[in-house]
Write a protein that binds this ligand. Sequence first.
Ligand code: ZN
Ligand code: ZN
Ligand code: FE
Length: 756
Amino acid sequence: MVQGVGFRPFVKREADRLDITGTVQNKGSYVEIIAHGSEEKIHEFYDVINNRPPERAVILRSEIKEEPEGDRQSLHNFGIIESAHREGEKFIPPDIGICDKCREELYDPKNRRFLHPFINCTQCGPRFTILTKLPYDRERTSMEGFPMCRECENEYYDRESRRFDAQPVCCNNCGPEVYVYGSSLKGLAAISETRKVIKSGGIAAIKGIGGFHLCCDAGNEEAVKKLRERKRRPGKPFALMLKDIETVRRECVVDDIGEKLLKGYQRPIVLLKRRKGGCAAQSVAPGNPDLGVMMPYAPVHLLLFDLEDGIKDFPDALVMTSGNVSGAPITISDEEADRELGAFTDIILSNNREILTRADDSVLDIFEGKARMIRRSRGYAPLPVIISPDDENAGGTPVVLAVGGELKNTFCIKTGNDLYPSAYVGDLTDIRSGKALINGILRMEELLETEEEIIVSDMHPGYNSRRIALNRSKQKDIRLIELQHHYAHILSVMAENDEPGPVIGAAFDGTGYGTDGSIWGGEILKADRKGFERLSHISPFRQPGGDASAEEGWRIALSLIHEMCPEREKEIIIKTALCPEEEADIIIRALDKGDNYIMSTSCGRLFDAVSAVLGFCRSSGFEGEAAMYLQFAAERYEERAGKDECGEPLSVEVMSTNDLFLYILAHCLMGEDRDRLALVFHRGLSGFAISEISACSEKTGIKTAALSGGCFQNRLLLRLVKEGLENKGLKVLINRQLPANDSGIAAGQCYYEPDY
Ligand code: ZN
Ligand code: ZN
Ligand code: FE
């Protein structure tokens, strides 16, 4: 990502410094640099470009090649070649958070953009979300309907200006306007009114870059609770927007890496450890040691925090959660916001710059000192994942559309060697998300000027994503490929690591449809781009109620107890307060009759079951909730006891996952520390994974392991398994650019290589 960030002048400066002659040229989706010089200097040059590029440049992939002898021309200096043509340009710029210079101008009373809620420049502002078509020019954005005033036009055409060719340029005299929806309040008065509502404990919907946020005072317990009640979201953590880095330091433990990520131009939500004594209400993230925080990234956010309008002590921490009804896509238009959010907001602060592509905030976690994606959306989408060209298919590969999974849906388009993952769509169990998926595909294909030739979907017969893919393939009369869910997870790790395989993949996940019709999710697969073989899995168990019971860990626990120690089950149910006896009787009777269950090897469900017997969470209010509490408990214990002092059975032999469940249950009944048992479970499960994966590695001779699936969002599990495998000499690939959860599987589906 090198457009408009001063990349080419930087390359020239470095070349001149190192006495390198040659050229740099923008080739659309990539940059080509020809460099002549001593070998040593060339290596230094390559190193500087890769490791110290200009701040906003992103290098996804670089390659160095010897120039064929015959092509060499003698060059006397280093030149920048102007792009000859912009056709076929496949680079879609992502949205960029407000830059320091614009921020200074925003607060400068002498500047003509003083307090302008849409201030931007070539270095910052919306891109992807306002774009209809490439190339990226004003008439192909939602700024099209706003003619520039004379002064803006001068800047737009002035090469020396910071706003030269800045498509969304506008000012207080031209361009879009903020307003309170359904009232005559506009501009700063509208912002001030919104501040008043928030300050007094109300709930506001605020239009940002990729959609509406729901916003309230994060320090006001009542307000946060009210938002939870109205949004019918009892436990799932809310993201916070904090005024500045000092506020972040007050609320969270943040190191240099976290700070860098928070201040980065993508302005993602970063998961950080919550600090004791912070001001945020407990109900912002109940029972959670972490907070998801971000910094203001649109000028309107900054004005919201510190407009000087006489309102005293405006909060410096705001809840900023996606403006949607649970599961539905984030709302982007006034009509949607009014219809879906109107009933539970006290004010809607909107503007008339249309959002064309929705993009939720991206969410990052920090693992081993580096970022990894939990949700890849605004700021990152749709930057491509670039894979190596494949010699066998040098003649060109078909354009692939992959529609992803069902929950946390994203889609992905592959053209040539580029995989373009979409912004976050939502849960397709909601019909509105299905529509958003279809519209998102249309928009992206228009942007990429392409149309798919093959569609890939999950093989789950009940998935709406599959239904959409099936309809589309019939309509277009093109091939539909149905891929197994966990294989797609493993392909996602392979894709982003540019590793065609074969690998030993471990997909530890929630629900996924297996090739045998049962539920999979604790799978060890041998995989390459052409297919997979299921080598091992966690112990199967009966999942009462099938997929429908996915949220209710206690049912799985009950089934395991019934299976493994039927003669004592009554006593155990009472002792663990797992569920009322009558409920247990009904389920057990059905199990005995062989009714109403499905076989499952889902690791996510095993987590749920353990969380239920240990009394952390009997059933999840949102995906992964029970497993999260189990992880937090284990981390709590680890911190308390020190990493190495967790005692027995951490040194006992590896056991099957069903035996592990029994072991945990038995020790729980003996009254052992539940936090410790949570850690024992993590260690036991990791031990199982490590031993199975390394056995498969020995059997097949494959030395590379790939870990994916929603359970590996659990950083403790990921750390334990990764370390264990590395100690056994395996190379371990994990997800970083793409989420390990179901948001990542679309890119994995695209990486599959069918026989054409
Ligand atoms: Zn700027
Ligand atoms: Zn203007
Ligand atoms: Fe999954």
